[in-house]
Design a protein around this ligand. Structure first.
Ligand SMILES: Nc1nc2c(ncn2[C@@H]2O[C@H](COP(=O)(O)OP(=O)(O)O)[C@@H](O)[C@H]2O)c(=O)[nH]1
Ligand SMILES: [Mg+2]
Ligand SMILES: [Zn+2]
Ligand SMILES: [Zn+2]
Length: 407
């Protein structure tokens, strides 16, 4: 995405529009200044139009920083009241930008998948794991990049799944904010390893949970396309239970995803995503350079069909580095399974268009939900849920990777 190293293109983690550091705007805090001037607070109509009625709040006015440096500074003086502000905002949607945005390695991770493929459950369990067990293992910290993300992740996601044991209704939250779902933006800080050990690397991760209608309404196709186009890495969630060959093998009693035109097959989703990404390519290139983690969800429903030696039943190595050899074993196993699941076409598309693709098999819950679609009585026991993100982060150089022996 970086066109000119002196003037790199940045992507807003909230609206996914792109701009340069010089275009970053500031917002006045709206507090009285030394000489008694106060900027009036009002609704920011641009913010509301872009991000929905939840954002109708009293805020200080937006201004362009003076001087030659433009937005590449941390603070600027309001031209009306003279107060200094360090409140930087996106020039397109007027969202407050995370601290150090544009100054540290920001990596936008895009997530896509069909309705009911398990995106919301996966994202919730993944972030929970990163904040707890996996974070400790990598000596890493995961923080919300803004207060709103922390509040929403707690009340709308974590409490629902972990405390109440409920799955997510696919449209409920979208309706509350005029059909819009705000992305959750996190900052992941980990020592990058390397020769001297522990230089901390920051990655800004934006998760856009697409409430199901992803590839249906025009509006969401537009935002999805923009989102995928500016992502540095893609998590594509595919549900094996939406593939004919695997659905028939599911453990008895597993709640199965619906069928019908609104439930697209994994192959269709991959085709759509690929078409969108290819459209961004200049000169009709057929290769997509960004890494794509192709994640098969709900593996628990198929465990009984895997052999004893399968890497998808193995205990996951936990030694503070991304284990490349283990990951490649899983990759090969899935490629092999795809033939039985009637998904050989998926492998073909990836080989033709994505030089950096990797297969993953995960179970966010660790077992199928109950017949009423609640978390089972033994709780949430995730399996390999962090592997795909750790692979992407290792591709970015943000977490250390342990290469295959002898390489
Ligand atoms: N067996 C199994 N089912 C899951 C798992 N995660 C999600 N599901 C099922 O898939 C349904 C849809 O999940 P959700 O995350 O809401 O899908 P989304 O529409 O892609 O966001 C859930 O209600 C569960 O029935 C899992 O790890 N294992
Ligand atoms: Mg969802
Ligand atoms: Zn002011
Ligand atoms: Zn924005």
């Amino acid at each position: 995405m970086i066109a000119n190293p002196l003037n790199p293109t940045l992507a807003c983690p909230y609206c996914y529009e792109t701009f340069t550091a010089r275009q970053i705007l500031f917002r006045c805090h709206g507090r009285p200044s030394k000489d008694g001037k106060t900027c009036p607070l009002r609704h920011d109509e641009r913010l509301v139009a872009r991000r929905g009625p939840d954002h109708r709040r009293e805020l200080g006015p937006i201004f362009k920083p003076g001087g030659l440096t433009g937005g590449s500074t941390n603070s600027a003086n309001c031209p009306d009241c003279g107060n200094t502000s360090n409140y930087r905002v996106c020039p397109v949607c007027h969202s407050q930008l995370p601290a150090q945005f544009g100054m540290v390695g920001n990596r936008l991770v895009g997530m896509a998948g069909a309705k009911d493929s398990g995106k919301t459950v996966f994202m919730t369990v993944l972030l929970h794991e990163l904040r707890n067990r996996v974070g400790a293992q990598f000596n890493a910290a995961l923080m919300g990049a803004d207060d709103e993300t922390l509040r929403r992740f707690g009340t709308e996601y974590e409490d629902e799944l972990y405390d109440r044991g409920h799955m997510f209704a696919s449209t409920q939250r979208a309706a509350a904010n005029d059909g819009r779902v705000d992305p959750l933006v996190f900052r992941f800080t980990a020592p990058s390893g390397g020769l001297r050990g522990s230089r901390a690397q920051q990655s800004l991760m934006s998760f856009f949970d697409t409430a199901g209608e992803d590839f249906e309404s025009l509006d969401s196709v537009e935002v999805n396309t923009r989102y995928l186009a500016c992502a540095d890495g893609i998590l594509l969630l595919l549900d094996p239970l939406q593939m004919k060959g695997a659905r028939d093998l599911a453990a008895p009693g597993t709640p199965l995803p619906g069928t019908g035109p609104q439930y697209q097959s994994p192959e269709t989703i991959l085709t759509r995503v690929t078409e969108r990404l290819l459209k961004q390519n200049r000169g009709g290139r057929e290769q997509i350079g960004k890494p794509i983690a192709v994640v098969f969800s709900k593996i628990d429903a198929l465990w009984h069909t895997f052999g004893n030696g399968s890497p998808l039943r193995a205990t996951v190595p936990q030694d503070g580095a991304f284990d490349e050899a283990d990951s490649l074993n899983v990759h090969e196993e899935i490629r092999h399974l795809l033939r039985n699941w009637e998904g050989a076409q998926i492998d073909m598309i990836l080989r033709n268009h994505y030089p950096r693709h990797r297969f993953f098999g995960v179970s966010a819950l660790g077992q199928p939900p109950t017949a009423d679609n609640d978390v089972s009585a033994s709780g949430i026991q995730p399996y390999r849920v962090a592997d795909p993100l750790l692979w992407l982060l290792s591709e970015f150089g943000a977490v250390p990777s342990k290469k295959r022996e002898g390489r």
